[in-house]
Design a protein around this ligand. Sequence first.
Ligand code: 2PG
Length: 231
Amino acid sequence: MAKLILTRHGQSLWNAVNKFTGWVDVPLSERGRAEATIASTKLREYRVDVVFTSKLIRAIETAVCILTECDDICGGKIPIIQHDDDDPDWKGLDNYDNPDEVLPIFTNAALDERYYGNLQGLNKAQTAAEYGADQVQIWRRSYDIAPPGGESLEDTQARVLPYFNETILPYLLQGKNVMIAAHGNSLRSIIMKLDKLSGEEVAKLELGTAVPIVYDIDEHGEVTHKVVLDL
Ligand SMILES: O=C(O)[C@@H](CO)OP(=O)(O)O
């Protein structure tokens, strides 16, 4: 049985001022770093074998903070970011002969937040005042309606799930424990698959910042247990 830990990033500087963020690469706020530290404490009994994050700094910061605040999670290994996914000339671990000591962190744009198009940088409350709260809620949470110029959750899922199925799932099927640090909407698209949610059900799904969700995944890739570490 493998563990799959999903963690939305901690509060970012734009979460703190209620702005649509999407692909804008905003770092964590002080509170976000504290949230990631708390997540690390909640996960101290767990061991991970491999970590995946988006390319965005708020997800990478969250993963690194979780892995280094309570380094038992790394099982005695050193977490090292792998750059070979997007750079074939990367030489980072070429001459290192102790790969068993390395906890790999793979970063990939497939796990990036939903592209929020024309809404990126706008204040969410002001946008609701201008276009109506119902319309903005549809842009933010519906499955198949995209915000202006941006991705619907369905569009986001179309890039997230192939990466999940082809690159992440094989580790779980080998019994490896995996952590994914990513974003509200890229994670909603994975949870929709794992929890077999309908479009209407996923529209009601909200994820807290740096709240770990731990799944048990069997040898067929099926979920046998889920716990949200929200307390
Ligand atoms: O702004 C964003 O990129 C996301 C996550 O913070 O917002 P929303 O909650 O609307 O999906």
